[in-house]
Design a protein around this ligand. Structure first.
Ligand SMILES: *[C@@H]1O[C@H](CO)[C@@H](O)[C@H](O)[C@H]1NC(C)=O
Ligand SMILES: *[C@@H]1O[C@H](CO)[C@@H](O)[C@H](O)[C@H]1NC(C)=O
Ligand SMILES: *[C@@H]1O[C@H](CO)[C@@H](O)[C@H](O)[C@H]1NC(C)=O
Length: 446
């Protein structure tokens, strides 16, 4: 008995509630600044105007936007800001249409509005969201400067009504159009980014939802200096800002590099002058131990300084391939110079053994191995995203053969023809490694 009564009561309640559903708009309303916009609010069926009260308020501040009470609208109770700007369609109210027209839209009008309807039987409310149409990209006016190795932030934030799924953001270098970072389909893409910026450029992930697409560039290098553009687009809308990254001052690493370069130059000049002076004071034809030492220092010191300078340069700029190659060149150069010297017979002990070891073919072999291992590492990274592993395997094989041939070559052969064959094979392998590293991408695309 009780259960049945409950059921009847329940269905009565549902019926009453069913009769009074207030409708608004399904999504946010968007309108340009200065225009008029209709905020919808209506009920399907209004049984009676008696005791009807309609109240439009800002949901955030609760400010009264407009009021309909006792059969008429009440402009006197409106917030001053909305007087003369917000209107009911008075002839529509009897049909249950309580929509509000808001004129001369301002940026402050953006927000959520509640439409509350009270009648004798029931009440209900609906929330309407209003946004003004805009697509503004803000950056910073001033250029950004940093010391080498520091992290920098380049500002770019979007102020818009557009939802983030539709937004595409690209950070590029305006000089050369290098892609630095890309945001598309609500994701960050770093694969298509230029090698120079891979793993060094990122968004502030937590800030993206706020439309903040500022770029963080980690461990800035000299080559990063330039003008960066943040271009934001959504459909036909598009806007951009540019930021200049200028570099100030050298880091201590750079000062050290500079120091070694100057030391190399100074050492070369001083040693050369003393050598000339000593030789002038020397009896013609004879070579003293002093002259010999000076000559050796002239060969070694500047080259070792340059070797250190390039090594430090590699640390700061991380351009590994150039660094390794230059280092190898500078560390091998003294041996080559001395080997070519007519004083080989004057050398003593260990040094003589070393110089003899580094004869020209060995030097070529070592330099080739160093250069091609740097190239191999570079190619391996370049091909990391290829679908097929064939180029990588081929690169590995040709590199392996190059190392093998260099080992054979450094052993030295009396047989001239064998020597020639080895060198030809080496050239072929070098060609094929170059092909696999750089050439096949263009072939693969056609
Ligand atoms: C309410 O009235 C306004 C103004 O005439 C109109 O634009 C709107 O479509 C009406 N809404 C409904 C649900 O009839
Ligand atoms: C965007 O985020 C960065 C990093 O948190 C911050 O420095 C910058 O001020 C933010 N920009 C805006 C407009 O909020
Ligand atoms: C960047 O915006 C300016 C206007 O602010 C426009 O003239 C220029 O064409 C835009 N550049 C690009 C590459 O879209």
């Amino acid at each position: 008995m009780m259960g049945m009564l409950g059921c009847v009561l329940m269905s009565l309640l549902v019926m009453v509630a069913d009769g009074f559903v207030v409708h608004g708009s399904s999504g946010p309303l968007v309108a340009p600044l200065g225009s008029s916009v209709v905020l919808p609010c209506y009920v399907d069926k209004l049984s009676s105007m008696k005791g009807l009260e309609v109240e439009w308020r800002r949901a955030d501040s609760n400010a009264l936007v407009h009021l309909f009470l006792d059969g008429e609208s009440r402009p006197e109770s409106q917030e001053p800001d909305y007087q003369d700007r917000a209107h009911f369609f008075t002839d529509q109210i009897q049909h249950g249409n309580f929509s509000l027209r808001l004129d001369n839209l301002t940026a402050e009008d953006e927000g959520r509005y509640t439409c509350r309807v009270y009648s004798q039987e029931d009440s209900g409310e609906v929330l309407v969201q209003l946004k003004h149409e805009r697509f503004l990209v803000l950056g910073s006016d001033r250029s950004v400067s940093a010391y080498d190795g520091e992290d920098v932030t380049l500002n770019c934030s979007l102020d818009s009504h557009v939802s983030l799924e539709d937004v595409e953001v690209s950070w590029t270098r305006t000089d050369g159009g290098i892609l630095v970072l890309l945001f598309q389909d609500n994701q960050t893409f770093s694969d298509s980014v230029d090698e120079q910026y891979r793993d060094r450029a990122e968004f502030f992930t937590a800030e993206i939802s706020k439309g903040n697409f500022s770029l963080r560039l980690k461990s800035v290098r000299i080559e990063d200096k330039g003008v960066y553009m943040c271009q934001v687009s959504a459909g036909v809308l598009s806007a951009n800002v540019t930021v200049e990254l200028e570099q100030l001052g050298f880091s201590s690493w750079h000062i050290a590099v500079l120091f070694f370069c100057i030391a190399a130059g100074l050492a070369a000049v001083l040693l050369l002058v003393s050598l000339i002076w000593c030789r002038m004071n020397n009896a013609a034809g004879s070579i003293s131990k002093k002259v010999c030492d000076l000559q050796l220092s002239l060969v070694f010191c500047p080259n070792i300084c340059m070797f250190l300078a390039f090594m430090l340069w590699g640390f700061t700029e991380a351009s590994l391939n150039e660094t390794i190659t230059c280092c190898a060149l500078y560390i091998l150069r003294p041996f080559m110079l001395i080997w070519a010297m007519p004083y080989l017979n004057y050398l003593q002990g260990n040094l003589k053994a070393w110089i003899k070891f580094f004869k020209i073919t060995r030097e070529l072999a070592i330099f080739t191995v160093v250069f091609y291992s740097a190239l191999f590492a570079h190619g391996w990274r370049l091909r990391a995203h290829d679908a097929s592993i064939v180029p990588r395997v081929a690169m590995g094989i040709s590199f392996g053969v190059i190392v093998l041939l260099c080992l054979l070559l450094s052993r030295g052969f009396k047989n001239k023809i064998l020597h020639l064959i080895l060198i030809s094979c080496l050239s072929v392998c070098q060609m094929s490694q170059l092909m696999f590293t750089f050439g096949f991408s263009s072939l693969g695309n056609t």
